[in-house]
Design a protein around this ligand. Structure first.
Ligand code: CMC
Length: 436
């Protein structure tokens, strides 16, 4: 950390002694005030529920400039990565800090591809679920269960174990997501085909059957690969912070990533793509474009609890750059499939236009986020709506594991242990039950 020449001084209106706090500078983004010694010096904690002003860690992986609408992985703009690289190159970048050259890419691809199968026992574990279980319920269980199958990579303090667990997770997530899907539709599981690309293999495991040849469409393969790139990491979001906090106890990487999957499931986070598509369906059912005005009215009514799903972001106060790329991909995929007049896409574009002109959204800087269009793309590819968040989890796994390994690799890391402002009852005595 680079210390700034500036220092912050905290003063107290009751005349208590001033406290001088160091300030550190990052490569980009706001400086941070180091409050680690504040409690020792003042006996006070800071209060910041929701981490509105708190940097929870140092990181060199991903940077977001929310005002500009900019997203960088290891310094590279997301637009350039999405246009010039594939997902496995992006994984290499996130994990090791650099884009691979040809030779490194070949080795890395081989390494990941060697681990695409899961222990055969996994399918019997899967059988314990109801056929109508939500894929994210299944994924939370399956990813956690990996720690029971791969004992030789569960020591988080061993760099070799961390590396192999990272590769296993990246390689096996598509297999597990496809298995969760096949299980719910009652089709046989398709084993991975290692001659295919990462995205192509996933499409094969999802949509092939043993009965006939399945040809991977290059347009759909590229679209899915782009979805994976766009979702690969997003600095200290809720699920990544969950993975870091969970991993800070020294638990194994599979357990920490399972915690990330569980967190991602929520509709305010990864579940928003499913919620956004369901919202579009509901508006469509109610009458389509003509009903947008009525729907926006409900969104603006604070008592309705209705949100425009796929809009708004804690960090982006401008257009989410991933949403722009996703809109592009959406047009490409719908064109390839002859669905240019897809009514949901038209509805989404109309909804976006109206929302972007509305004072409510303008004044709150609410713009479409990645989830606004990703559901339409996934639905067009043939991915069922309840599986959307599992696809997000598949793609985010590399980000989670890169962030976890960054934390554990730091010799100064400590177990995460926030404090609280206690507002409950002061100490009191238990009365015998008859007197309560
Ligand atoms: N629809 C209507 N109003 C909204 C929305 C929305 N989607 N998002 C925020 N607002 C309002 C909110 O009610 C508040 O208004 P007021 O100041 O009058 O109380 C104001 O905008 C600020 O919102 P906030 O809830 O304080 O912002 P936050 O940073 O706590 O929440 C968010 C961020 C993403 C949870 C929220 O925008 C949201 O719920 N959006 C819909 C869900 C969604 O699309 N999530 C996906 C996020 S991107 C993918 C990911 O990273 O997981």
């Amino acid at each position: 950390m680079k210390a700034s020449e500036n220092k912050a001084t905290l003063s107290f209106s009751n005349g208590g002694q001033n406290v001088e706090l160091p300030i550190y500078k990052g490569t980009l983004g706001p400086d941070v005030i180091d409050i680690r010694k504040l409690y020792a010096q003042t006996g006070m904690f800071t209060y910041d529920p929701g981490f509105m002003s708190t940097a929870s860690c140092e990181s060199a992986i991903t940077y977001i400039d929310g005002d500009k609408g900019e997203l960088l992985y290891r310094g590279y703009p997301i637009e350039q990565l999405a246009t010039n690289c594939d997902f496995l190159e992006t994984c290499h970048l996130l994990l090791y800090g650099e884009l691979p050259d040809e030779a490194k890419k070949t080795n890395f691809t081989k390494l990941v591809t060697n681990h695409t199968m899961v222990n055969e026992q996994m399918q019997f574990f899967l059988r314990g679920f109801r056929r109508d279980a939500h894929p994210m319920a299944i994924m939370t269980g399956l990813v956690g269960a990996l720690s029971a199958f791969y004992h030789d990579s569960t020591d988080i303090n061993n760099p070799k174990h961390r590396e192999i667990a990272a590769i296993r997770l990246i390689a096996k997530m598509p297999t597990l997501v496809a298995m969760a899907y096949k299980y719910t539709v009652g089709q046989p599981y398709m084993y991975p085909k290692n001659e295919l690309s990462y995205a192509g293999n996933f499409l094969h495991m999802m949509f092939a059957t043993p009965c006939e040849e399945y040809k991977v469409s290059p347009v759909l393969e590229r679209a899915l690969d782009r979805i994976f790139i766009l979702h690969a990491d997003h600095e200290q979001n809720a699920s990544t912070s969950t993975v870091r906090l969970c991993g800070s106890s020294g638990t194994n990487p599979f357990a920490a990533i399972a915690a990330g999957v569980a967190c991602l499931w929520g509709p305010a986070h990864g579940g928003a793509n499913e919620a956004a598509l369901n919202m579009l369906y509901d508006i469509q059912k109610a009458g389509g474009v003509e009903k947008i005005g009525e729907f926006i009215k409900q969104v603006k009514d604070k008592n309705s609890n209705v949100k425009l799903m796929g809009f708004g972001h804690r960090v982006y106060k401008n257009y989410d750059p991933r949403a722009k790329l996703m809109q592009e991909t959406c047009k490409e995929v719908l064109g390839e499939l002859g669905l240019e007049n897809d009514p949901l896409f038209k509805l989404a574009m109309a909804l976006e236009k109206i929302a972007l002109e509305d004072e409510y959204f303008v004044s709150r800087k609410l713009y479409p986020n990645v989830d606004f269009y990703s559901g339409i793309v996934q639905r067009a590819i043939g991915i069922p709506v309840p599986l959307f968040t599992a696809i997000f989890a598949l793609a985010r796994t590399v980000g989670w594991i890169a962030q976890l390994n960054e934390m554990i690799g730091d010799p100064d890391y400590k177990i995460g242990r926030p404090r609280q402002l206690f507002e409950g009852s002061a100490k009191r005595d238990v009365k015998p039950i008859a007197q309560r």
